[in-house]
Design a protein around this ligand. Structure first.
Ligand code: CMC
Length: 392
């Protein structure tokens, strides 16, 4: 009992007004600023979508070129940031490195940043979108003990990222068109998803007027968990653990067993109760990518298909409206592109940064913005008196 509505997990609480992303969970509809995800994913470039999310409309030709130039101008990192990376042990999780280094940007851009100045906010947003791939690739290079590869601003966003991941000082790297296309699509699908846990975290952190780089670091922390962005890595872990198609029924039973903490990773969604439209797109692309990479007898994909088939026909999953979500397939594509497993959630973070900064900008522009401050239902002891330790 209490004076406040108890809503664990915010199942029925709208925390803000937003013009950015629309989801209809019953019908499997996802719109960015009114545009269906199916159209954007197949027709747009990632930076085009970034512009749309940030500014509310698709850019014209000139605007897009200007925006691309602007973003690519900010891709370099201050050399001193390398020292933060070097402080990490080689086997640190890249999400830990990403969170730490993005957080440290707050110290680098503190003086030039007033969160009350819209122009400063916009520059912070551009810097975040521009620098996050550089930091992500640098974290990867640190984990494999290779020198950091600097950005090349004449390349497209995804091509530049792939090059920073896979080039070495001895050998340049030019991504295949299919790899670039697949990454562009995955980034668009992950770019925003309204008030999910990490975006809500960014908004809550930012509602106090905190530094935006620090707020995005908070979003990265929230994304990391296996119930959220960590699911794509967890799906691959799960597929490897299952190991063989013949073991699928056993794991399905485990997932249904309430005494077993195991869940089918990549299944279920808080909002989508019929299907996840992102999963539908990505499933198609998964076929194409594996086909073009001549990887179509990929045993993990085969295993994933079997798992999907059995789960979709099982009463437990049908009753609870549990369908494959976007991350059921994203890891399989990333793996086919040569991205290591511990980088999957980092890839998600790079893409979602666009959504995070769009929401942060929208919130900071909103005259109704006040500090986020949920209440609680207190269930602890009634008032009591302090006793000296000898009397307890
Ligand atoms: N495997 C087995 N049972 C499940 C699963 C699953 N993956 N997901 C939900 N359930 C069951 C759950 O046990 C509960 O059963 P019951 O009613 O008998 O107690 C029922 O379905 C409802 O689940 P819930 O946990 O109350 O639902 P939620 O809305 O709080 O959680 C979720 C949504 C996505 C966290 C959850 O489905 C889950 O943990 N899925 C696996 C992790 C995953 O794939 N996450 C990625 C989400 S998509 C990417 C992103 O946007 O972050």
């Amino acid at each position: 009992a209490g004076f406040f509505t108890y809503d664990p997990g915010f199942m029925s609480t709208a925390s803000c007004n937003s013009n950015i992303t629309y989801i209809d969970g019953e019908q499997g509809i996802l719109l960015y600023r009114g545009y269906p995800i199916e159209q954007l994913a197949t027709k747009a470039s990632f930076l085009e979508v970034a512009y749309l999310l940030l500014y509310g409309d698709l850019p014209g030709e000139k605007e897009l070129v200007g925006f691309e130039r602007l973003i690519m101008r900010h891709t370099m990192l201050n050399e001193n940031l390398k020292n933060f990376l070097n402080g990490f042990h080689y086997d640190a999780h890249p999400m830990a490195m990403l969170m730490g280094v993005v957080g440290s940007l707050s110290a680098f851009y503190h003086d030039s940043l007033s969160v009350n100045d819209p122009r400063h906010r916009e520059i912070a947003a551009h810097r975040l979108i521009a620098k996050i791939p550089t930091i992500a690739a640098a974290a990867y290079k640190h984990s494999v003990g290779e020198p950091i590869i600097y950005p090349r601003n004449d390349l497209r966003y995804c091509a530049n990222f792939l090059r920073m991941m896979f080039a070495t000082p001895c050998e340049d790297y030019k991504p295949t068109l299919i790899a670039e296309k697949a990454m562009n699509l995955l980034f668009i699908l992950h770019a925003d998803h309204e008030q999910n846990a990490s975006t809500s975290t960014v908004r809550l952190a930012g509602s106090s007027g905190a530094n935006p780089f620090a707020c995005i670091a908070a979003g990265i922390a929230s994304l990391w968990g296996p119930a959220h962005g960590g699911a794509n890595e967890a799906v691959l872990d799960m597929l490897l653990e299952i190991g063989d198609v013949k073991n699928v029924p056993k794991y399905i039973e485990k997932a249904k067993d309430k005494d077993d903490p195991f869940r089918l990773m990549g299944f279920g969604h808080r909002v989508y109760k019929n299907y996840d439209p992102r999963a539908k797109i990505i499933r198609e692309v998964c076929y194409q990518v594996l086909d073009e990479l001549a990887d179509n007898d990929n045993p993990l994909f085969e295993l994933a298909m079997k798992l999907e088939e059995i789960a979709l026909n099982d009463e437990y999953f049908v009753e609870r409206k549990l369908y494959p979500n976007v991350d059921f397939y994203s890891g399989i594509i990333y793996q086919a592109l040569g991205i290591p497993r511990n980088m999957f959630t980092v890839m998600f973070a790079v893409a979602r940064t666009v959504g995070w900064v769009s929401h942060w900008m929208e919130m900071m522009d909103d005259p109704n913005n006040r500090i986020g401050r949920p209440r609680q239902i207190y269930r602890g002891p009634n008032q009591r008196d302090y006793l000296p330790i000898s009397k307890r």
